[in-house]
Design a protein around this ligand. Structure first.
Ligand SMILES: C[S@@+](CC[C@H](N)C(=O)[O-])C[C@H]1O[C@@H](n2cnc3c(N)ncnc32)[C@H](O)[C@@H]1O
Length: 217
C-alpha cells in the first residue's frame, strides 16, 4: 500500500479519539491527553529535516497512550515501539496496532508493551535492548520525565534523541542532554523541543548544542 493510503488508514483509526481528544480520557481519575496526529506529523517532519532522527535502531514512544505515535512512526518507516503502564490503554493500543497490521498500514514489528518505561524489565519483556533505542518521543508528563531522562543519561548511546511534546513553556534543560532545537510552536498550546544525549568529554558536557551535534555525527 502506498504511503498516502497507509497514513490515511492511521488517521482514520484515530479519528474518533481525535474528536474526543481535545478533551480527555479519564482512567482511574487520571487524565489522558493524546498528541494531535497532525501536530505529530509536523514535529516528525521538522525533526527528520533537521537530521535528528537517524533511521536506525528503535523509535520509542515512552508512555504510548492509545498507540497513535507508534502507529504513525511505523507507517513512516521507523522500527516503532511503545510502552504504556495503563492497562486499559495498553490493551486498547495493542488492538489498534493489530487492526492496522491487518490493513497493511503498518509493519508487523510495531509493538507496545504494558509496563513502566523506566523499568529494565519492560524492555526485556519485549525483547528489546534499551541501548538499541535511538529516538524517543515523550508526551510530557512531569512526574515520569525525570526518570526517563536519567535512564537516557545512564544507558543510551551518545546522539540518542529525545523529543518532548507538551504545553507551551514546559521544556526544562537537562544535565547530560543538549537541547538541539525548539520549542517549536505547533498548535494552540502545544510545543515541541528536541534534545540529544551529550557526549561527555573529560567529565564535562560539550558546551553548545552545535558543537555537540557536530561531534556526534
Ligand atoms: C500525555 S500522554 C501521551 C500519550 C501518547 N504518547 C500520545 O502522544 O498520544 C502520556 C502517557 O504516558 C503514560 N505514562 C506516564 N508515565 C509512564 C511510565 N512511567 N511508564 C509508562 N507509561 C507512562 C500515561 O499513562 C499516558 O498514557
Amino acid at each position: 500500500m502506498i504511503l498516502e493510503k497507509r497514513l490515511t488508514a492511521v488517521l482514520d483509526a484515530y479519528r474518533e479519539q481525535d474528536v474526543l481528544a481535545k478533551g480527555t480520557k479519564i482512567n482511574d481519575g487520571r487524565i489522558f491527553v493524546p498528541t494531535s496526529l497532525q501536530e505529530a506529523m509536523t514535529l516528525l517532519t521538522i525533526g527528520a529535516k533537521s537530521g535528528f532522527y537517524p533511521n536506525r535502531g528503535y523509535f520509542l514512544d515512552a508512555g504510548s497512550g492509545d498507540g497513535r505515535m507508534v502507529a504513525l512512526l511505523s507507517c513512516l518507516g521507523y522500527k516503532a515501539i511503545g510502552v504504556e503502564f495503563d492497562l486499559e490503554l495498553a490493551v486498547y493500543s495493542q488492538g489498534k496496532l493489530e487492526q492496522l497490521k491487518r490493513q497493511g498500514a503498518i509493519t508487523a514489528d510495531a509493538k507496545i508493551a504494558k509496563g513502566d518505561f523506566t523499568d529494565a524489565g519492560t524492555y526485556q519483556k519485549m525483547g528489546v535492548d534499551f541501548q538499541d533505542i535511538r529516538n524517543i518521543f515523550h508526551g510530557i508528563n512531569l512526574v515520569s520525565l525525570r526518570g526517563l531522562v536519567e535512564k537516557i543519561k545512564n544507558e543510551s548511546p551518545s546522539g540518542t534523541t529525545l523529543t518532548l511534546y507538551g504545553p507551551f513553556g514546559m521544556f526544562p534543560e537537562f544535565e547530560g542532554l543538549a537541547k538541539v532545537s525548539g520549542p517549536h510552536r505547533l498548535g494552540y498550546v502545544a510545543d515541541v523541543a528536541y534534545y540529544q544525549k551529550c557526549r561527555v568529554m573529560n567529565g564535562r558536557r560539550l558546551e553548545t548544542a552545535a558543537q555537540q551535534v557536530t561531534a556526534v555525527r
